[in-house]
Design a protein around this ligand. Structure first.
Ligand code: BES
Ligand code: MN
Ligand code: ZN
Length: 486
């Protein structure tokens, strides 16, 4: 893992391989880096201008320093007009990402407040990510190993940023790991190890316990695979806690669709269908390491959705953990089946709020695109709080309704409810309406559909790499930090 520390030294004298400097419009360096122009004999702003750099957000230019400052390389990164915290994270992330193969870098971006210093450190750490476990040719450059953030702050910003970044890196690693190396029992084992190390208490229900316990949804989805399902319960408690949060994550280690098989083109990235469970694990570890004054429980609903002679069939009826029966009209609508059991189980912990996180529907991507998660809830204040926490984390999210008229389409001729709505339109909302049925009366609940945000199929941007993004992990930690508002 990349390390980060704060340092109040003059950036021109910092002994490092690359100095990253944030510039605003007119190529004025960020506060803390004013001595730079003088070190370059008053020719820096003009030189940046000459190479077409103007300080707009998203711009990045590298210049050799020819001995003018201690670092041999200057990376100028555009900040635009008065960047917010996410602007700082993204600028830091993009600059550090561009330096893969360099061992040390210092960041001179606006970091006068503790929040800004944390944002710069966090963006840098999130940009210093690589998943190279499966490379044998050594061609992939290693991420920057040591970061220094130029700041007069001396608080816990660097420490907090490291905890957050390590949680996100764990989530990205899990999402990027191929399903041949991450099946439900293996995921549960990793959760036991990583969760145990962070001080969480971890319980794992195996397939026999799930069958005996009446978890018909998790069992049904998992029964087509030679790799049986698991339900992991992670728990954290704090002596001063007033509130209990429950997180429930969809953990389909591979979603082929089951007998309602997906077309090949929609299947190739379905290793990411456990992104919700990974985010819950990462968040629980982060909450424990930060020692937040809350109680939190996290459920990982783990199954592999494959077709076979033992797979569940469209038209099967399953008995959910809540007691309700469900007609499985489409085995590819499996996420809601594992979550319904997870939600009903989580309610037994008596939480103040349940938040489920899932790569649940392609309809989320149709509605909101790749980067914006949909937030639904049975309580307006809870929904708004989740949207607010996501916004503060720089994780794009948007509140969505749960229109009651969609419930009718989920009627089954033989069971309490069907898992498929006959209409495509509003598919993200129909899935939310289905889940809402399994939230006991009086329990506050929010549902996060992050089918798009969990996995970046495109090119890297800001601090976000290609592949697993770690999305929503920091939103969940942010919710735990907002415990007083829950
Ligand atoms: N895991 C998929 C949803 C998904 C799609 C995630 C694209 C990430 C990217 C989910 O299990 C699924 O297959 N949903 C179906 C539901 C439908 C059958 C009601 C879908 O969205 O097509
Ligand atoms: Mn599916
Ligand atoms: Zn799925």
């Amino acid at each position: 893992m990349t390390t980060v520390r704060l340092n109040s030294a003059d950036p021109v004298s910092i002994d490092t391989d690359a100095l990253i400097v944030g510039f605003g419009p007119g190529n004025t360096p960020a506060s803390g880096a004013e001595s730079l122009e003088a070190a370059f004999g008053g020719r820096l702003a003009g030189s940046l201008d000459a190479v077409g750099f103007s300080g707009k957000a998203g711009e990045l230019v590298k210049l050799p320093t020819f001995g003018a400052i201690a670092a041999p390389l200057l990376v100028a990164v555009g900040l635009g007009d008065s960047p917010d915290l996410e602007g700082l994270r993204r600028a830091a992330g993009a600059a550090v990402r561009s330096l893969a193969g360099t061992s040390r870098a210092a960041l001179a971006l606006p970091a006068d407040t503790a929040e800004q210093a944390e944002a710069v450190a966090l963006g840098g750490l999130l940009g210093a990510y690589a998943f190279s476990r499966y490379r044998t040719n050594g061609e992939q450059k290693a991420p920057v190993a040591e970061l220094t953030v130029v700041s007069g702050e001396s608080g816990p910003a660097a420490e907090r940023a490291s905890v957050l970044a390590e949680s996100v890196a764990l989530v990205r690693d899990l999402v990027n790991t191929p399903p041949s190396d991450l099946w439900p029992a293996k995921f549960a084992e990793l959760a036991e190890q990583a969760g145990g190390k962070a001080g969480l208490s971890v319980e794992v229900l195996d397939d026999k316990q799930l069958k005996d316990g009446g978890y018909g949804g998790i069992v049904g989805v998992g029964q087509g695979s030679a790799n049986p399902p698991r339900l992991v319960r992670l728990a954290y408690s704090h002596p001063e806690a007033g509130k209990t949060l429950a997180f429930v994550g969809k953990g389909i280690t591979f979603d082929s669709g089951g007998l309602s098989l997906k077309p090949a083109a929609s299947m190739d990235w379905m290793k990411s269908d456990m992104g919700g469970a990974a985010a819950v694990l990462g968040a629980m570890i982060g909450i424990a390491r930060l020692g937040l004054p809350v109680n939190a429980v996290g459920y990982l609903c783990l199954a592999e959705n494959l077709p076979s002679g033992t797979a569940q069939r469209p038209s099967d009826v399953i008995h959910s953990y809540s007691g309700k029966t469900v007609e499985v009209l489409d085995t590819d609508a499996e996420g809601r089946l594992v979550l319904m059991d997870g939600i009903a189980r989580a309610a037994e912990d008596g939480p103040d709020v349940i938040v489920d996180v899932a790569t649940l529907t392609g309809a989320q991507i149709v509605a909101l695109g790749w980067r914006t998660a949909g937030i639904m809830a049975n309580d307006d204040a809870v929904r708004e709080l989740v949207v607010e926490a996501a916004g503060a984390a720089g994780e794009s999210a948007w509140g969505m309704p749960l229109p009651e008229e969609l419930r009718k389409g989920l009627d089954s001729p033989i069971a309490d409810i069907a898992n498929l709505h006959p209409e495509r339109w509003g598919g993200m909302l129909a899935a939310g309406i289905f889940l809402k049925e399994f939230v006991p009366d009086g329990v506050r609940w929010a549902h996060i559909d992050m089918a798009g945000p969990a996995f970046n199929k495109g090119e890297p941007y800001g601090y976000t790499p290609k592949g697993g993004t770690g999305a929503i992990t920091r939103t969940l930690i942010g919710l735990a930090e907002r415990h007083a508002s829950i």
